[in-house]
Design a protein around this ligand. Structure first.
Ligand code: FES
Length: 106
């Protein structure tokens, strides 16, 4: 299995609406988030001071860091406000037969 291929990360039912959950895939720490029914995958670590973003609130299309409230766009990972010096990576996802599959390669 290479990072170019989609691989299983979680069951679709594990991710509640409006919430995130952290996962570890090899060297990657990933936050899976569901917002308005859609699923998003982003880096879990906040670039500011390494908080786990998966435990932050989700609001108006952004994942918000639970420590100092940097806001990251769910679709692009771009930092929209707060103290983070940069945005975070996003990952491609698809859902097949209740399984969430992720592509780790850029
Ligand atoms: S650790 Fe995320 S904003 Fe400070």
């Amino acid at each position: 299995m290479t990072e170019d291929e989609y691989q299983f990360i979680a069951k679709d039912e594990e991710i509640e609406e409006g919430k995130g959950r952290p996962y570890v895939m090899g060297d990657h720490r990933i936050a899976l988030v569901r917002y308005e029914g859609a699923l998003y995958a982003l880096d879990d670590l906040c670039p500011h001071a390494d908080a786990s973003l998966a435990f932050g609130p989700v609001k108006e299309g952004c994942l918000i860091c639970p420590w100092h409230y940097a806001e990251f766009d769910l679709k692009t990972g771009e930092v929209m406000s707060g103290p983070s010096p940069r945005g975070i990576r996003t990952y491609e996802l698809k859902v097949e037969e209740g399984d969430i599959l992720i592509k780790l390669a850029k």
